[in-house]
Design a protein around this ligand. Structure first.
Ligand SMILES: Cc1cc2nc3c(=O)[nH]c(=O)nc-3n(C[C@H](O)[C@H](O)[C@H](O)COP(=O)(O)OP(=O)(O)OC[C@H]3O[C@@H](n4cnc5c(N)ncnc54)[C@H](O)[C@@H]3O)c2cc1C
Length: 391
């Protein structure tokens, strides 16, 4: 016995639930399947439990993809304001934290409840707790076997996300399915992830727990946010952001004192020749970090006894301190997966596979990865909306 629907959506995460809601409110009969015991698990842990559900400064340039134009269409047709309207219609209080990042005042649970209420309004069937055993395509459409049941629909949406945080139930299932239907997959890699430092950077690892605002640069990309030293290397928003652009072998440069005017150390020397570099650094940086940097710079004694040239060199080093990470903390700690289902095989308007009618891919499963700060949920909503309007 097979139940029939207009669309089957695999994955009851952000993208899948939103897509289901959009399609159902257009009158489609929708089944959402998830192997986890409950829907929206990643939403629940997102944004430290408060869900950074969008970013009002969303721009296509703030997404990584092999095709940097791909996300434009969907992002322009479902904007942060559109999602905010829904949040407000459900009476969910929110606030802007920083850099356009919008969070719930209360709990991420409110976002999951909102999505489920919207799905219920459209009579969406959400079935959790059974793994998808197989997906087959025939003239009648797609047949999905799960648990002891099976369902059939002319449209199938892949919304099973990427493999980041496997202990939350994340898998590479989307890629297996995409390949089964002849779609290509851009090599998935951990993104928004802490970077690890080799043993010879032990001095910095002793700074575990120290955070400071920096500008971090990798190639042509730079972010100004907080960096955090950890017992394994570097973390904090600035590092998570740059990790998405970092590739093995790349050097990451940190400006520990962004905003200081050129020549500030020489100016300090003129103003306070009796003061040690260690003390001057300690006035601008956390104490332990100032200590570690002063040791590495190896400039001891009073500023007045140091040459201008030595101070210029120290200033330049502090503004472009090189780190060569030996890796990242991997999918276990990555907030998202970069890479994924190749956008070359998908329509940017509908998310439908160009050569496989009725097959769609949305959300993190696709090779579109946002910056830290609500961008990835906005992609989930926008791509879910695009497919939800089409199925
Ligand atoms: C700790 C953490 C915090 C985050 N915080 C934020 C934030 O504040 N703001 C932001 O924008 N982004 C945040 N993200 C990223 C964001 O959670 C994801 O980008 C987003 O959830 C992707 O939505 P999705 O629907 O594509 O995938 P997911 O939300 O991962 O949903 C995929 C669903 O598919 C299911 N699934 C997987 N494999 C199978 C299978 N084989 N069979 C059936 N079902 C399957 C999973 O159980 C899951 O429910 C965070 C991520 C993490 C890990």
């Amino acid at each position: 016995m097979s139940d029939t629907y207009d669309a089957i959506i695999l994955g009851a995460g952000a993208a899948g639930l939103f897509c289901a809601r959009v399609a159902a409110l257009r009158g489609r009969r929708v089944l959402v399947l998830d192997h986890a015991e409950k829907p929206g698990k990643k939403i629940l842990i997102s944004g430290g439990g408060r869900c950074n559900f969008t970013n009002i400064d969303t721009l296509p340039e703030r997404y990584l993809s092999n095709n940097k134009h791909f996300a434009k269409s969907a992002l322009s047709r479902f904007t942060p304001r559109d999602f905010l309207d829904l949040v407000e219609a459900h009476g969910i209080a929110w606030h802007e934290k920083t850099l356009g990042q919008l969070f719930c005042d209360g709990s991420a649970k409110q976002i999951v409840e909102m999505l489920l209420e919207e799905c219920a309004r459209g009579d969406v069937t959400v079935h959790c707790g059974d793994a998808v055993a197989s997906v087959e395509r025939s003239d009648e459409g797609y047949t999905v076997r799960y648990g002891a049941a099976q369902a059939q629909a002319p449209s199938l949406v892949i919304a099973t996300g990427g493999p980041s945080i496997p202990k939350m139930g994340a898998t590479g299932f989307a890629y297996d399915l995409a390949r089964q239907f002849g779609l290509k997959v851009v090599q998935p890699r951990p993104a928004l992830v802490p970077l690890t430092l080799p043993a010879d950077e032990a001095l910095f690892r002793e700074l575990s727990g120290v955070a400071t605002e920096v500008v971090v640069t990798c190639g042509k990309t730079a972010f100004r946010e907080a960096a955090l030293f950890t017992h394994r290397g570097l973390s904090g928003p600035a590092i998570l952001q740059i990790s998405s652009y970092w590739q093995r072998g790349d050097t990451v440069h940190i400006d520990f004192l962004p905003g200081q005017e050129s020549g500030w150390l020489k100016a300090a020397k003129r103003a306070r020749p009796r003061v040690a570099l260690r003390k001057v650094l300690g006035e601008a940086l956390p104490d332990r970090l100032a200590q570690a940097l002063a040791e590495r710079l190896a400039l001891t004694g009073e500023l007045g006894n140091l040459s201008d040239k030595a101070l210029d060199t120290a200033e330049a080093q502090l503004a472009r301190w090189p780190f060569v990470p030996d890796g990242s903390e991997g999918f276990a700690k990555a907030e998202v997966t970069a890479g994924g289902i190749d956008t070359a095989g998908l329509s940017s308007k509908t998310m439908e596979a160009r050569k496989v009618p009725g097959l769609y891919a949305i959300g993190e499963a696709v090779d579109v990865t946002g910056w830290l700060g609500g961008y990835n949920f906005q992609w989930a909503w926008a791509s879910g909306f695009a497919a939800g309007e089409a199925i």
